[in-house]
Design a protein around this ligand. Structure first.
Ligand SMILES: Nc1ncnc2c1ncn2[C@@H]1O[C@H](COP(=O)(O)OP(=O)(O)OP(=O)(O)O)[C@@H](O)[C@H]1O
Ligand SMILES: [Mg+2]
Length: 451
């Protein structure tokens, strides 16, 4: 048998007739005379597809459809409808029915629809499986962090992802805003539709407008063909508007309208296009401040900022650094076909003391460079860039014009020693002089390291 089909109809001869036909077509069929019976069969048996009449006593076919789809969204439901009720069949399609047929049923057509539906269902299940795997790969599991700050962000994501609410993600450069946007889309019911990204800062006002809303042929010089905008491409899915703080007042107005009315026209077009899109916007600016300064529309800000997610800077969650470093080491040692690499405590502690103005992106780049450079599968401090090695105390040495070279040298030695907590070997290494030279200079400048 190719599948088990549940047939629901209050007319006995229709049920039985369909069963006979389905059996001839190598399907097994179970019969129910009303919605209640159908649901209890559905709960007990493995049902691959449902064929139901629309008009039935007690429970309508439409109600049954809804109940079945809540239990099992992937089950195809085919609606049978009498003459003159095609409109309700169309409604049922909107509710998620797979297809509908008018009575008397054209059996050849029914057979084709069933086969197509079962094939689609198989694909859908495979697709879901694939998405589940992708989730494991790109959803949460690739966002690393065990600090309480980032865990809080994860909690919010899990809570808001299933909703339709627009989300505004804020955070400094390289904190992972795009990664979080990806995760939200993947964890949302929209994940079978596309996530479309627009980098608002990279495009001029006119280009951004036609990128977002599309354009009609001939609407401006260069518009040789009609083009769909990103809003249309993102229909039923998610639109990620990166660097939203950069959009011009004109585009702000247009965006506001789409968010309010869920409709727009292509540039140079008359036809109003309706869309169903969830917006995730991101910015490294303080939009609240931009609103106060008159650079960003307040009404648009409120529409975008239904849910606010702030990603803390790496310097404020330094406890994430070891985990991130280890994961990046693993990633890049594999990418560079190296064996397992271990990091020395000193190197790790230098990475932990640096302030990471470029956040996780900077950390990732530094680790990549170090992995490429490291020898004997050990990640030591000397392969780190100088600015990280010298970060232990964020001290700045004071150089004024009119200072002698000796004075400058003396200051450099003092500040380096304070950075290494008086460790002369380390200080000498950072200063790139021998340990003996350092001792000589200390004596020369009458510096007592005990101070
Ligand atoms: N928690 C994390 N775990 C692992 N990798 C991360 C994490 N956060 C960010 N990254 C990595 O850091 C890099 C920067 O992340 P992303 O592009 O998402 O940041 P962003 O906030 O959008 O930056 P920008 O503001 O510069 O666009 C990416 O390579 C991303 O994979
Ligand atoms: Mg980004």
């Amino acid at each position: 048998m190719k599948g088990n089909i549940l047939v629901v109809d209050d007319e006995k001869n229709i049920r039985e007739g369909l069963k006979k036909f389905l059996n001839l077509d190598n399907f097994s069929a179970v019969l129910a005379s009303d919605g209640e019976e159908a649901l209890s069969i559905f709960d007990e048996q493995e049902i691959d597809l449902v064929i139901t009449d629309l008009k039935m006593p007690n429970m309508s076919g439409e109600e049954l459809l809804k109940k079945i789809l809540t239990k099992s969204p992937a089950t195809p439901v085919i609606i049978l409808t009498g003459h003159g009720t095609v409109e309700s069949a169309v409604d049922a399609m909107r509710e998620g029915a797979y297809d509908f047929l008018t009575k008397p049923v054209n059996l050849k057509k029914l057979s084709i629809i069933i086969k197509r539906a079962l094939e689609n269902k198989k694909l859908e299940i495979e697709n879901r499986e694939l998405h589940k795997q992708l989730d494991e790969k790109y959803g949460f599991s690739n966002i690393i962090g065990n600090s309480s700050q980032i865990q809080k962000v994860f909690d919010v994501i899990q809570q808001v992802a299933p909703s339709n609410a627009n989300i505004l993600i804020t955070g400094e450069n390289g904190t992972g805003k795009e990664l979080i946007a990806n995760a939200i889309h993947r964890l949302s019911p929209r994940n079978t539709s596309p996530l479309i990204k627009v980098h608002c800062a990279a495009l001029s006002e006119n280009i951004l407008e036609s990128e977002l809303f599309g354009h009609e042929k001939g609407s401006f010089t260069g518009a040789i063909t009609q083009k769909k905008g990103r809003f249309e491409l993102a229909n039923k899915g998610t639109l990620f508007l990166d660097e939203i703080g950069e959009i011009s007042p004109v585009v702000q107005v247009k965006l506001l309208r789409v968010l309010q009315e869920r409709e727009f026209e292509r540039v140079g077009g008359e036809k109003t296009i309706k869309i169903d899109v969830r917006i995730i916007a991101a910015t490294n600016k303080d939009l609240n401040k931009e609103v106060k300064n008159g650079n960003f529309r307040e009404d648009l800000y409120f529409r975008l900022n239904v849910i606010a997610i702030h990603i803390p800077s790496l310097k404020d969650r330094k406890s994430d650094i070891p985990l991130l470093v280890n994961s990046f080491i693993k990633e890049f040692s594999e990418a560079n076909a190296k064996g397992p690499i271990s990091i020395t405590p000193k190197a790790l502690s230098l990475l932990e003391s640096y302030n990471w103005p470029g956040n996780i992106r900077e950390l990732r780049n530094v680790v990549e460079g170090a992995v490429v450079m490291c020898r004997d599968d050990v990640f030591t401090e000397d392969i780190l860039p100088d600015y990280i090695k010298g970060s232990k105390s964020d001290s700045v040495i004071n150089i004024r014009s009119g200072m002698s070279l000796e004075e400058i040298e003396k200051n450099a030695i003092i500040s380096t020693l304070s950075m290494t907590n008086g460790n002369k070997t380390q200080a000498a290494k950072i200063l790139k002089i021998g340990r003996k030279t350092l001792h000589r200079k200390l004596e020369e400048y009458q510096l007592d390291t005990a101070d």
